[in-house]
Design a protein around this ligand. Structure first.
Ligand code: HSE
Length: 289
């Protein structure tokens, strides 16, 4: 059995801790034979290969008496870059418990569990459902809406350095004034309404006007002003910090993709430039080899 989970890009501007999209990078875990102790075979660097791996600690939170297995874990989601790598592992862990423990969890139940573990639903929700997901989290319950993302091209810049979510959250203020909160939430409302009605021009304007987090975090991602300026010059709809960063996501009309890719490469920044697409499936279980 294989469990496949997409990467995710959270916040999408003003949707802080609430909005996310699933994108075309993937974590795949293959469940092999039963073993005495959990064995996680991977080449993902400095993460545990035993029951301390987040995959297993998550699965055991959902069902404590699962039989240990040998598991092969493969991923092209870079770690600590703002593409939801740990959320994808949490979703895979919940699905692992669901399958091995025959729990028949609904997607909403998976989302409640994943959000309790992660603390906010914006990455785990699209990792479960695919597409664009808008969620709120209150009293341990998630309320979420899944929607199609309007058709556009996604160009990303993934820096070669990591940025821990805790460090990136550490630069946020503990409070916003009532007036600022009202303004920030009105911007978020327009961003979502425009995405849902397919108006990427208005959505882009709102995404770039976020008041909740980007203005505080920009200093942590030195490439951000340069990439955003390029996007604005070339007619991108919006450029935003993916999740807690440091990945930068640009939404742009399809026909501008090649030009923007070339111009981004020409900036010679320390990182990888690539195009992604929206994943519309979310977590998948396959019985094929
Ligand atoms: N909403 C989260 C943040 C996503 O921006 O901190 C990363 O976990």
């Amino acid at each position: 059995m294989k469990i496949i989970v997409p990467a995710t890009s959270a916040n999408v501007g003003p949707g802080f801790d609430s909005v996310g999209i699933a994108v075309s990078k993937y974590l795949s875990i293959e469940v092999l034979e039963e073993t005495d102790e959990w064995v996680i075979e991977h080449d993902l660097g400095d993460i545990p290969s035993d029951a301390n791996n987040l995959l297993i600690t998550t699965a055991l939170k959902v069902k404590a008496d699962l039989i240990p297995h040998h598991i092969k874990m493969v991923s092209d989601i870079p770690l600590a870059r703002g593409l939801g790598s740990s959320s994808s592992v949490i979703v895979a862990g919940i699905e692992l418990a669901n399958q091995l423990g025959q729990l028949n969890l609904t997607n909403d139940e998976k989302l409640d569990l994943a959000t309790q573990i992660e603390g906010h639903p914006d990455n785990v929700a699209p990792a479960i459902f695919g597409n664009l997901v808008i969620s709120s989290y209150l009293n341990q319950k998630v309320n979420s809406v899944v929607a199609e993302f309007p058709s556009c091209s996604l160009v990303t810049f993934i820096p070669n350095y990591e940025l821990k979510t805790s460090d990136s959250r550490g630069v946020l203020p503990s409070e916003l004034s009532y007036k600022e909160a009202v303004a920030a939430s009105s911007i978020a409302n327009v961003a979502i309404a425009a995405l849902l009605t397919g108006d990427l021009t208005k959505a882009g304007r709102a995404i770039e006007s976020d008041l909740f987090h980007e203005r505080f975090r920009q200093k942590l991602v030195k490439e951000f002003p340069q990439v955003k300026a390029l996007g604005q010059k070339e007619g991108a709809y919006a450029t935003y910090l993916s999740g807690a960063g440091p990945t930068i996501m640009m939404l742009l009309p399809e026909e501008k993709t090649t030009t923007v890719l070339n111009k981004m490469e020409a900036l010679n920044l320390d990182g990888q430039v690539c195009t992604l697409t929206i994943d519309t499936k979310g977590v998948l279980v396959s019985e094929e080899d």
